[in-house]
Design a binder for this molecule. Structure first.
Ligand code: IMP
Ligand code: MG
Length: 183
């Protein structure tokens, strides 16, 4: 799988080092508060597993599953929720975990939906943030790494459901990306 990468951006050691730092900041921020973490599946699965095990707080974990990409590399614009809003949002501090902030369509839709459930606060933590203009106005409160506007895979991120289990994050070779009508 790794030979499908044009170049590696972050190896496993660099990712885990940065996750330790994020975990320390988040632990300090939510000390003594009622925290619910909402992990956006499938992309944040590996990130959430590594991050949450480094946050020694009595948090609750829920997962949301949404689809917005439908297999390609460009966002389709519509966000489909695959289940209803999770419990334990009202009266709690919510931290949404996602793999990447790209167009902002997905995270804006999730944030807006959760805010209707009357949480005390909603913040967003992403492993990766693409430095580009967003379609929807949304910002991340905690960011692992900023990256350029390139299609990346691994460590939870996929291309057509592949590469999620590759440990180092990298840019997918252009010739591996199918034209939109075949994707
Ligand atoms: P959005 O464009 O910010 O709504 O991002 C939607 C979703 O697209 C993210 O949660 C990722 O699952 C996926 N995505 C965006 N950019 C990339 C990428 O570079 N590689 C893999 N998945 C991506
Ligand atoms: Mg995806």
């Amino acid at each position: 799988m790794q030979e499908d990468l044009e170049r590696v951006l972050f190896d496993e050691t660099a990712i885990l080092r940065r996750i330790e730092e994020l975990a320390a900041v988040i632990t300090a921020e939510y000390q003594g508060r009622e925290l619910t973490v909402i992990a956006v599946l499938n992309g944040s699965l590996i990130f959430a597993a590594d991050l949450l095990r480094r946050i020694p707080l009595p948090l609750k974990l829920d997962c949301l599953s949404v689809a917005s990409y439908h297999g390609g590399t460009i966002t389709a614009g519509e966000v489909v929720f695959k289940q209803i809003t999770p419990p334990d949002v009202a009266g709690r501090h919510i931290l949404i975990l996602d793999d990447i902030l790209d167009s902002g369509v997905t995270l804006a839709a999730i944030r807006d939906k959760l805010e209707m459930e009357r949480p005390l606060s909603v913040k967003i933590c992403v492993l990766l943030r693409k430095l580009k203009a967003r379609i929807c106005p949304v910002e991340a409160d905690h960011v692992g790494f900023n990256i350029g506007d390139e299609f990346v895979v691994a460590y939870g991120l996929d291309y057509m459901e592949r590469y999620r289990n590759l440990p180092c994050i990298g840019v997918l070779r252009k010739e591996k990306i199918l034209p939109p009508q075949q994707a």
